[in-house]
Design a protein around this ligand. Structure first.
Ligand SMILES: [Zn+2]
Length: 407
């Protein structure tokens, strides 16, 4: 288990879904199945007991000394967004496999250890993220998922059936909390913090929960040439101030790890010679403390009311979704930190701004996450890159973490 193994395994997975720009391995497509089957083969070669559950999640298992002992699990995903990279998810699968190979060579631990390849972590095909771990945690709705289809009109049920899986039977993949002792996922940071600080390991404290708002601004559409500046009710001018309010309110709470983004804006009627009469925008506010996120959303709401007053427009805020942040387990966090000290690498605690399978697995088991740096924080694009040395350091820390949890 060295740098050459890391590079060869990354290259092996990189054969699937490679396009002109980056990698496209959408869940249950040919390329994703190829990558999953390649990893399944590596698990078999490593002499793990391998099974595929009713949703196609692949589980490689290293038996423990004690029959019936609860499982220490790790894993991630190999599906990508369209034109994504070969590191998001892949690194966690590869590290899990590498760690199990090392643990196997050392001899039996008390608890069994499993490495999982979750299906459909990315929402790119069916608009639902972390599908495989949702199924495993028992929070997937077969009824709701019957309606899911991709852009080409293929339903999830059809995509599963093409490979002999049955949507109606996915509840068979549900596992019980009693089965697990802990879950640890290694992942690239997908942000710039570790690289900039020169720190090789991030220990995730909590996975941020996004609150999503839709904000609609109503003004009056009028002629851009004949409406004097003092007589306008320009919806876009109000909306621009709301964008700044989102930025301000998030920045005020930067210490509390709040981030706020207006990612989409639609301007109506959208003509150069018309003062905008209506604007709709979509806002994403995240943090690792639910009360901080709620306070930020409230502050944006209050700022919007003041802007509407001043500008003579009407601003409506609608909460589209509100997901609670998922704290990682404090014992698992401490175990990861002890593993870092054992390996002799620096670490820092940090939040995860992005969602991961670990947040669903946290419903089944005390969960933790290990972050490694990625170049310039790039992710979900072809420039995504993590150095083999950094991946190897991650494997070192993951191995000792699993060993401590399963020992
Ligand atoms: Zn991922």
């Amino acid at each position: 288990m060295d740098k050459a193994w890391v590079v060869a395994t990354l290259d092996g997975i990189a054969r699937f879904g490679k396009g002109e720009r980056g990698f496209s391995r959408l869940v249950f497509g040919e390329a994703e199945w190829g990558a999953v089957e390649y990893v399944t083969g590596l698990m078999r070669e490593a002499d793990l007991a391998v099974r595929t559950d009713a949703f196609g999640n692949v589980i490689g298992r290293l038996e423990g000394r004690e029959s019936g002992a609860s499982v220490v699990a790790t894993g991630s995903h190999v599906d990508t967004v369209p034109e994504g990279g070969n590191f998001d998810g892949v690194v966690g699968v590869l590290a899990g496999l590498g760690a199990l190979m090392r643990l196997k060579a050392r001899g039996l631990l008390r608890h069994p250890v499993e490495v999982m390849v979750f299906r459909g972590e990315e929402s790119a095909r069916f608009s639902i993220h972390t599908m495989g771990s949702k199924v495993m945690a028992g929070i997937a709705s077969v009824e709701a998922w019957r309606k899911l289809q991709d852009h080409g009109g293929t339903t999830l049920a059809q995509a599963l059936a093409a490979r002999g899986l049955d949507l109606e039977r996915i509840p068979e993949a549900v596992r019980r909390p009693e089965e697990f002792k802990a879950f640890v996922e290694m992942h690239i940071e997908q942000g710039p913090v570790l690289e900039e600080a020169g720190i090789p390991i991030g220990v995730v404290e909590a996975i941020a929960g996004p609150v999503r708002l839709k904000i609609s601004v109503e003004g009056t559409a009028s002629h851009s040439g004949t409406t004097p500046m003092g007589k306008r009710r320009d919806a876009l001018v109000s909306a621009a101030q709301v964008v700044l309010a989102v930025q301000d309110e998030a920045a005020k709470r930067a210490e509390r790890r709040i981030v706020g983004t207006v990612g989409v804006m639609k301007v109506h009627p959208g003509a150069m010679n018309v003062v905008p009469g209506r604007v709709e925008m979509w806002v994403d506010i995240r943090g690792i403390d639910a009360e901080d996120v709620a306070a930020t959303a409230r502050a944006v709401r209050e700022a919007a009311a003041r802007i509407a007053d001043r500008e003579g427009t009407r601003i409506r805020l609608e909460t589209l979704s509100s997901d609670a942040p998922v704290p990682m387990d404090s014992d698992v966090i401490r175990t990861i930190e002890a593993a870092c000290r054992q390996v002799g690498v620096a670490y820092r605690r940090m939040p995860s701004g992005a969602g991961h399978d670990a947040m669903n697995m946290a419903k089944l088991a005390p969960a933790g996450m290990i972050f490694i740096p990625c170049r310039q924080g790039a992710s979900h694009n072809p420039d995504e890159y993590a150095a083999p040395e950094d991946i190897l350091t991650g494997i070192d820390v993951l191995t000792e973490t699993l060993a401590a949890l399963a020992g």
